[in-house]
Write a protein that binds this ligand. Structure first.
Ligand SMILES: [Ca+2]
Ligand SMILES: [Ca+2]
Ligand SMILES: [Ca+2]
Length: 272
């Protein structure tokens, strides 16, 4: 089907109440065949709002979180174009939300073999698990070689199961990625066989670097200690109570010596 393609050619100011909400995203690259509905968990098992991104998108696309809420995270893609490929041999096996995610793709090379980059800026620092769907609906021989934040390249593609289900590395691959103080996550199409295809991705927050961070700036420092001390020995309902401080150690909601000890054990902490 190569011919077909050649023709088609957070938290910052804080609210001293809770740490930065964990940042997780569902993103559908290409919207020609629609965008999955919010109940769709895909391979990550992460239901929630799906962002639909038309490509290329060189400006800042504002990503929404799983609850459909606005976030400070933006997405940019390099050149190429979107294709609708609800065609054999793979695309004919999907329908519904599977088809909305998998059968319309971003071809970063624009119809010619090529690579490209998805760049997320403004991410919260921390550990993430990233599910990248990069499998051609129109040819089982194509492979898309993906890496995330400089990881090893994984080649994705092949013969989709029938009835359709998600199987790595045929439909997607799973990457572990750390977002450091530059707050950037990049998903790069680094190599390819035939043509490259990107269907979408899911970003799953897998933990903070600094567990004593109370103001959401990614670090555990004097500011967080100050927040805890100002709420020290308070309980829910007390004037200066801070829930996040009381729940550092979730044994009871009051801000106790256990919470102070937990914070001090993480003090000071900064992302790499
Ligand atoms: Ca889509
Ligand atoms: Ca289909
Ligand atoms: Ca902090």
């Amino acid at each position: 089907m190569g011919q077909v393609r050649s023709i088609l050619g957070c938290c910052l100011a804080a609210v001293l109440v809770a740490p930065c909400a964990a940042q997780s995203f569902n993103v559908d690259m290409a919207i020609g065949l629609g965008v999955p509905t919010a109940g769709f968990p895909a391979a990550a098992g992460q239901p929630g709002f799906w962002n639909g991104v038309p490509n290329p998108y060189p400006n800042a696309f504002a990503l929404k979180g799983l609850a459909g809420e606005a976030t400070a995270v933006t997405l940019k893609t390099t050149g190429g174009m979107d294709l609708m490929l609800n065609v054999p041999p793979n695309g004919s096996k999907t329908s519904g939300n599977d088809q909305r995610l998998m059968d319309d793709i971003w071809d970063p090379g624009g119809g010619a073999p090529g690579g490209g980059t998805i760049r997320l800026e403004g991410m919260a620092t921390g550990h993430y698990t990233v599910y990248v769907y990069a499998s051609a609906p129109d040819d089982i021989s194509y492979r898309t070689g993906v890496r995330v934040n400089g990881s090893q390249i994984i080649f994705i593609g092949g013969n989709w199961p029938s009835p359709f289900s998600f199987v790595a590395p045929i439909t997607h691959a799973v990457f572990a990625a750390d977002v450091g103080s530059d707050r950037v996550l990049t998903i790069e199409v680094a190599q390819w066989i035939g043509y490259s295809s990107v269907n979408g991705f899911q970003v799953v927050h897998a933990g903070a670097f600094c567990r004593g961070d109370l103001d959401g700036d990614g670090r555990t420092d004097q500011s967080d200690l100050g927040i805890l001390l100002s709420a020290y020995l308070t309980c829910p309902g007390d004037p200066f109570y801070v829930e996040a401080a009381g729940l550092l150690v979730p044994d009871d909601p009051c801000v106790t010596q256990a919470d102070l000890g937990f914070l001090l054990a993480d003090y000071p902490c900064a992302p790499p």
